[in-house]
Structures are given as C-alpha cells and as structure tokens.
Design a protein. Structure first.
Length: 248
C-alpha cells in the first residue's frame, strides 16, 4: 500500500499533468527557445527537442573545477585534474556546472536572467540537486549562497537570477539559504558582452562578506547562473571562504 504522503504526491502529480493538458488545449503555447508549438504544456515552456539538446554535465571531468576533459587520457584510478587546478588557480574547493553555455542553453539562461522565469530556476535547481546528491561526500555543504548582484542592479531588475536557482536548491537539499551573506561592492559594467579582460577587471575585489556574517569554518555552496572559467571566485577573499563549493 502506498503511504498517504506518496499517494498525495501521486494525486498532486496527476492534477498537475491534468491541468497542463487543459492549459495546452485551450492556450496553445510556443517553445520559448525555438518557437515550435508545444504538444504538452510544461512549467518551463520548452519543447522536448530543446530540453534534450541541453548537454548535461560531462562524464569525464576535472575532479576539482568540473570542466570537461574528454581528451585527457590518464591511468585508471587516478583522479582527473586539469592543468589550472594542478596549479591551484582557484580559491574554491570544488565547482560543478550543469551544462556547457552554448546552443539552446544560452537562450534558457537569458530567459532566467531577463524574464524572471521562476519555474526554470526550479528546474535547474533540480538538476544541480541531483549532482550534489551524487557527489554528496565531495560537495557536502552547510549553507547555500547566491552570487550577489550589486544592490542598484538588483533594485533595477527586481531580483537576482542566481537566487532563482539557489533558493530552490537549498530547499531541495534541506539546507539554509543565506541570500545576504555576500555582497557586491561594485556593479558590473553596463555593457552586455564583456571581453575576458573586462570581465576579469569587473570582478577584481568586487565581492565582500557582509559585516557581521558568520562564515568561519562553514562549508559554503555558492550558486551562479554562468561560470566564466571560475575566475570570479578567485577574487572572493580566501580567508573568508575556507571551504567553498560552487554550482552553476
Ligand atoms: Zn524548442
Ligand atoms: Zn580543473
């Protein structure tokens, strides 16, 4: 016999599907990425072709920064570590990302960023939660923190896109979410596309721990929508963030 809770979940799932079906009959919608008409409604409003085209995390990756290392051949049993991580380039302990920022995934991230698609943030959080559970030893964490926007930028936009993911991720992992632990002291330049050099300059010394925050010896899971070669994290002061895990 299913438990009352499992039964409740089953009913809720069925109701959600039934209401999706009703919505798709009366309000046919197009995929937000490719404009193809959706056969069945989904909370994220992407068609199955687009969802399938998101490349998940690489199978063969650097054990520290998580970047794909498909080309690398190493002895069995030896953990894969990329050159940057061998040189201890980054200040974080581990970083993982859901997929490579290209193709339809770029459009999905832009929708998250500019149209406050909360169901999409929740969807990404679900994928990241799976990754954390799979590597629960390496990614064990005490608190989940979004990479902050500068307060002027957040006021303009009305929300921080990283929190759309981090809040839901914290809930799924049963961890505290601390949206104000970290602050951005300087806004990112207004230009839409930054060169690598400009990006580097824009993050140098731009983050600080909010005065009075208790972070000593806490394992922090830092969440952002896009990771640019992990560089921004190099500038988070090492002494404040002893044990940082990052997710993108
Ligand atoms: Zn599509
Ligand atoms: Zn690496």
């Amino acid at each position: 016999m299913p438990s009352a809770r499992a039964w409740g979940r089953g009913v809720r799932g069925w109701l959600a599907e039934a209401s999706d079906a009703v919505v798709s009959i009366f309000f046919p919608a197009a995929c937000r990425i490719c404009d193809q008409l959706l056969v069945r409604a989904s909370r994220v409003r992407f068609c199955e072709d687009c969802m399938d085209s998101f490349e998940g995390p690489p199978e063969k990756k650097c054990g520290i920064c998580g970047q794909g290392l498909a080309w690398m051949t190493v002895e069995e049993r030896e953990p894969l570590v990329c050159r940057a991580c061998k040189q201890k380039t980054y200040a974080f302990e581990r970083a993982r990302s859901y997929g490579v920022y290209e193709g339809p995934l770029v459009r999905a991230i832009l929708l998250l960023k500019w149209e406050r698609m909360e169901p999409l943030g929740d969807w990404f959080a679900g994928r990241l939660a799976e990754m954390v559970r799979q590597e629960s030893g390496q990614l064990a964490t005490d608190v989940v923190v979004p990479v902050p926007l500068h307060r002027d930028r957040e006021r303009q936009r009305g929300y921080n896109q990283a929190s759309l993911i981090s809040k839901s991720l914290a809930r799924k992992l049963g961890l505290p979410h601390k949206a104000v632990l970290l602050m951005r002291t300087r806004p990112r330049p207004d230009k839409q596309v930054l060169t690598l050099q400009e990006r580097w300059e824009s993050v140098r010394g731009a983050f600080a721990t909010r005065p009075g925050s208790q972070v000593d010896n806490k394992r922090v899971l830092l969440v952002d929508d896009v990771m640019t070669l992990g560089r921004r994290l190099m500038h988070v002061r090492r002494r404040c963030w002893r044990r940082v895990r990052s997710l993108y």
